[in-house]
Write a protein that binds this ligand. Sequence first.
Ligand code: PMP
Length: 295
Amino acid sequence: MTTAVTTAVTTIYLNGHYLPLEDAHIPVMDRGFLFGDGVYEVIPVYSRRPFRLHEHLDRLQASLDSIRLANPHTPQEWEGLIARIVEQAESEDQGVYLQVTRGPGPRDHAFPKTPQPTVFILPLALTPPARELVESGVAAITAPDNRWLRCDIKATSLLPNVLLRQISVDAGCAETLLLRDGFLSEGSASNIFVVADGLLLAPPKSNLMLPGITYDVVLELARAHGIAHEVRPIAEAELRAACEVWLTSSTKEVLAVTTLDGQPVGDGRPGPVFRRMYAAYQDYKHTVMRGKEAV
Ligand code: PMP
């Protein structure tokens, strides 16, 4: 008897073509490969509806402007390309990864005269943190933020973030919280919020952090739900004395940090402000998924 074996084929988009992931190749002279000369986005998709798509496309535009690379597609074209990837992906929920590099050229730091950008779109599995993790919170560790001064660009050259993230992996922690000149900037792959004396604090957007899409959602929800908050620099001492610390990202959503550098944050459990925000975030997400709210 023969058994039919179905292997899931991941369809990706590369430079005008939809094709199986294993058939997708880029030239070795691509500047994304040689220099990390490119930018990217990760867009969460729930029930095949991209979440905050326009905001992600706006941030992509800002990143492209910052690296002086013309956007190869209009927002409408991006929507169409992403829609087709979302449609063909196996799962209803996905994280759509898209990347634009300055394309192939001679190995010269200077831009090619007429760049031919490489455009790549890949559906990734999206699994929001499990209930147990939401209820226990995660451990984090701090490290000096030794990245460059354009952390607002969502650049594919992620070596500093990779090294910083590995510090937490080696310590058995979920994230590395970054401190620069005595202030909290963000996590190696997330934004960070702090609750001090019942007040939710967020570091202001600047060149020292990525303007997170989830960061914006959390501040909007704080406003909508009357959660007292302030956007201002957070000193290292405030971080260490905080009753609550949260991390936010498109894939992690909102997660409580309950241990920092081996010390409990507050009473070592996700705090009351976190629980309110988590519930508000899930509500909002489900409303969006049901299509009752502008995504
Ligand atoms: N900061 C960094 C350095 C990140 O890599 C990420 C996640 N990509 C974030 C913040 C959070 O951004 P978002 O909420 O848009 O996922």
